[in-house]
Design a binder for this molecule. Structure first.
Ligand SMILES: [Zn+2]
Length: 191
């Protein structure tokens, strides 16, 4: 989501705010030498280069210059594996967070701190994704591994619904036997 907003130039850089006449000066609040576009703040600014310079080796070797982040992201997509791309997206998000903290008067965090937090968040993101995947797989397995009852036995699944307005209970049931016979029935009775 953050990457999409960055590629769409939908974040409030000083350049964007200047275009909307919200601020008069669109220069980068960190280096104060370039206009603060998303390409600059997330990639080209000297303070940002310090962060990318300690990250993925492939990124360190990339020579990309663009005023907009879309051109940079396009190159990242072409050069990086999926896991490296995920890390790049998380690092970019944390670079933007650091910039916002600085603009709002907080301490300008060290590049190592930005990278460490980005990697911690990425691990958390991946763990959460894995847990969701495992849960959905185990749910699927439990459905697919339903076993027939043993000889001479049957399994009954049933569900009830109460109709308050009519004062009735509706019961639906499926009976499964060893020979895969399926019997369905529903009854209506008084509550
Ligand atoms: Zn700058």
């Amino acid at each position: 989501m953050f990457t999409w907003r960055a590629c769409s130039e939908a974040l409030p850089t000083l350049s964007n705010l200047q275009k909307r006449k919200v601020v008069e000066d669109g220069h980068c609040p960190v280096c104060k030498t370039n206009i603060e576009t998303l390409g600059h703040v997330l990639w080209g600014c000297c303070a940002t280069r310090d962060i990318w310079g300690q990250g993925c080796k492939k990124i360190q070797k990339m020579l990309v210059h663009s005023m907009n982040f879309l051109g940079i992201w396009d190159q990242l997509v072409k050069n990086l594996q999926q896991d490296e791309l995920e890390e790049a997206a998380m690092v970019a998000r944390h670079i933007w967070t650091r910039r916002n903290e600085f603009v709002h008067g907080k301490e300008f965090r060290h590049p190592n701190s930005v990278l460490r937090r980005a990697r911690e968040d990425l691990q958390l993101f991946r763990r959460t994704k894995q847990t969701q995947l495992t849960n959905s797989e185990s749910h699927t397995v439990s459905i697919n591994t339903w076993k027939k009852p043993l000889d001479g036995n049957y399994k009954l699944n049933w569900e009830e619904a109460i109709d308050d307005a009519r004062g009735k209970i509706s019961v639906g049931a499926i009976l499964r036997t060893t020979r895969d016979w399926l019997l369905g029935l529903s009854e209506l009775g008084n509550c």
